[in-house]
Design a protein around this ligand. Structure first.
Ligand code: FPP
Length: 240
């Protein structure tokens, strides 16, 4: 049933998975420092893990996944680290373009990626265009993304349209993620218990999961344990 060799935990109910899972990949730098490695080696390992976890999410049959890859605040990091992250993401998209297509996986982006270096803009534009008709799975990369920035852009679009918005859904349509359902489940690795400007509008009824594991060490098994935890929760959406 699954392409990978990963065993499925017997407590995981494959018929009750979230439609959209979103992940704050935190702890790459600390993972590297602990091993006496430069921080960008942590991002490299983080990217390898991103590939593994994307494959596993796909194999499980989850339809949408968002990964927080670079925030509007991450420009405050040292230039060397920023350049490293961008080149790692570019190589990932360039090398894996065909495998997305073969899997029927579409790549979309949340964030103003036009402000990124031109080689990365080209790689993103290429893969978005190449996979635009794929409908088995959607990988949403949040890159140069900030929740507040996204809301501000939405407000400005609404003002420009000159029309009063009638509903919350009308506003959701003005956001980067307008074609995606809101995330059911948000995971943050590395032990920090905060949101750091991620999907602020979309998380209104998301379930949260925080783990101390650094992102490069967060395995398929860990993902399944998180999903089992998700399945134990009772979502009420304000009802009883
Ligand atoms: C939020 O923490 C976390 C993110 C914006 C994710 C950042 C992830 C990376 C830079 C790694 C990129 C991944 C790959 C696969 C190359 P924060 O540190 O921005 O916010 P904080 O200061 O509140 O903790």
């Amino acid at each position: 049933m699954f392409a990978g060799k990963i065993k499925i935990n017997k407590h995981l109910d494959l018929s009750r998975l979230p439609a959209h899972i979103a992940i704050i990949m935190d702890g790459n730098g600390r993972w590297a420092t602990r091993r006496g490695l430069p921080r960008n080696m942590g991002h490299k390992a983080g990217c390898e893990n991103l590939k593994r976890i994307v494959q596993h999410i796909y194999d499980l049959g989850i339809k949408y996944a968002t990964f927080y890859t670079f925030s509007t605040e991450n420009w405050k990091r040292p230039k060397e680290e920023i350049d490293g992250i961008f080149s790692i993401v570019r190589d990932y998209l360039d090398e894996d373009g065909d495998s997305f297509l073969e899997r029927g996986a579409r790549v979309v982006v949340s964030g103003d990626y036009t402000k990124l270096p031109s080689d990365l803009v080209d790689s993103i534009s290429r893969i978005v265009e190449k996979t635009k008709n794929c409908d088995k799975f959607t990988l949403n990369l949040a890159i140069n993304y900030g929740g507040r920035d996204e809301i501000l852009r939405g407000v400005n679009k609404a003002i420009e349209s000159g029309e009063k918005l009638e509903s919350v859904d009308d506003f959701s349509k003005l956001l980067y993620s307008s074609e995606l359902p809101d995330p059911d489940f948000i995971i943050r690795t590395s032990g920090e218990m905060r949101i750091s400007n991620f999907m602020l509008w979309q998380m209104a009824y998301s379930e949260f999961y925080f783990t101390k594991t650094y992102w490069p060490s967060f395995s398929e098994k860990d993902l399944q344990l998180a999903l089992i935890d998700f399945q134990r929760r009772k979502r009420r959406y304000g009802s009883i």
